[in-house]
Design a protein around this ligand. Sequence first.
Ligand code: HAM
Length: 443
Amino acid sequence: MPKKKSSQNSGKKLSTDPYKGVRDFYPEDMYIENYLFETMRDVVEHFGYEEYATSLLEPSELFEGKTSEEIVREQTYSFVDRGDRRVTLRPEMTPSVARLVAAQKRNLAFPLRWYTIANVFRYERPQRGRLREHFQLNCDLFGVKSTEGDVEIILLAYELMRAFGATESEFEIRINHRAVIPETLALLAKEHGATLPQQKQGELIRLMDRRDKMKAEPYAEAMRDLLGEELSKIVLLHYKPSAIRKLIAQTNAGQELLDVLETLDRRGIQNIVHDPHLVRGFDYYSGTIFEVFDTAATNKRSLFGGGRYDNLLELFGAEPLPTVGFGMGDVTLRDFLETHNLLPEYTSPIDLYLGVTSPAMFSFAAQLAQRLRRHDLTVAVDLTGKKVGDQIKTASRKKVPFVCIVGEDEEESGMYRLKHLASKKEYVVPEGQVADVIFETLE
Ligand code: HAM
C-alpha cells in the first residue's frame, strides 16, 4: 500500500535556510557575536551604565505615535494576536525604554544611565549592513539637560570604537542638531532674499534625510518639486558646511551645537565633523544628533547613531525628560571590524580534548575529565569510539589547543601525554600538573 503523505509536509523536504534576512549563528559566528557583546558590556559598564531588558513584543501603538513614518508604515512586523490585540515585534528600543522610565518615573533615581543589548526586527530589503533582524546596543542617559550629557554619550560611542581597536582615522563622528536645521535653512533663504515656508520645513528635512540614498539629479528634482525653482537653487547651492557654520551662532539652538563640537574638540577627539545634512530619521529627536561613519573607501557607510530626544515621555502623559542616547547595531559593526581587520580569530572554548582508546575506557575518561574541570579547565571527551587518529583530527578541526589520549596505560601509570597541537610539543605529566601545564602554555 502506498504510504500516505502527511498533509502538512506533502513529502517536500524542508529548506535548511533561515528565514529571509535573518542570521543563524554557528559556534564560530557566536564566538564573534559574544566578543562584540562582551566588549560592549565592558565599555558601557565602565561608564556606569546599568542593564535593563524588555520583551520583543510590544503593543503596536507604541511605535505609531512618534517614531519614524517609514519604519511604522513599511518596516514593522505586526500581527493581531488571539485576543484581537495589535502586536509589533520591536523595530527599535527607544519607545520601549521610554515606556519603562515613564512607568516608574517617581521611583527612579535620576540621572539614569541604562543599556541593553537587544534583537530588533525591521522588514527591510536585505543587503550589506541591512538585515531583518539585528542586535543593537542601546545606551541612554535620562535626566541630564546640559550638553555635557550629549558629550558623554558621544564619548561613549567613541570609546566603544576605540575598544574594538579602531583608530581615529578609521571612523568619523558626524554631528548636527535637529532644531538648528530648520533655523539655518530659514536664515539661508532670508540671506538670499527668499522665505522658507514653515509648512515645507518638515518635508524638506525628510528629503535631506534621504540625500545619501539618492542620486544627485533625482534629489535635485525632488527639491525643485518641493520648493520651486528659486528656493531649491538656494538650498542646493548654498546649504554647505562653510556657509551654515557662519549661521549657526545666529540660531536659538546653535549654541548647544557649538558647545558640543567645542567640548569634544577640547577633550582631544579629532575625528568629529559638523554635518549640516545629517538628519536621522526618527521624529522624536529634538537636539544634538550624531552618526558614526566608516572612513574606509570599501565600506563608506553609517555604522550607528543616536541623539537627544527630550519629549518622548509625553507619549505616556509624563512630563518631558531630557534624554540622549544611541543604538549601535551588530551587523554594521561586524562589517566595519572585518573591513579593518579587527575581528579576533576564533579560539575554542575547550582547553583539552580527551581522546579515548576504546569504549571500555569511556567511564575512566569521563571521570578524569570531571576531576580536571574542578581545576577550572574546560574539558571535552570524545565518546565516538573512532580511531585515535581520527579523534585527534576532530580536536584539530575544532581548534582545541590540547589533546590527550586516555587508555589502560594512562590508568595504570597515572601519567598523561598532553599534546599542544599548534606547536606539536608534548608534556608527560601526572594528573595534578595537567591544569598547570595547559594554563602556562595558553597564557
Ligand atoms: P537607528 O539609526 O534606526 O536608530 O538604528 C541604530 C543602528 O542600528 C543603526 O545605525 C545600525 O547600526 C543598526 N541598524 C538599524 N537598522 C538595521 C538593519 N535593518 N540591519 C542592520 N542593522 C541595522 C535607532 O534605532 C534609535 N532608536 C537609536 C537610539 C537610541 N537613539 C537614541 N537612543
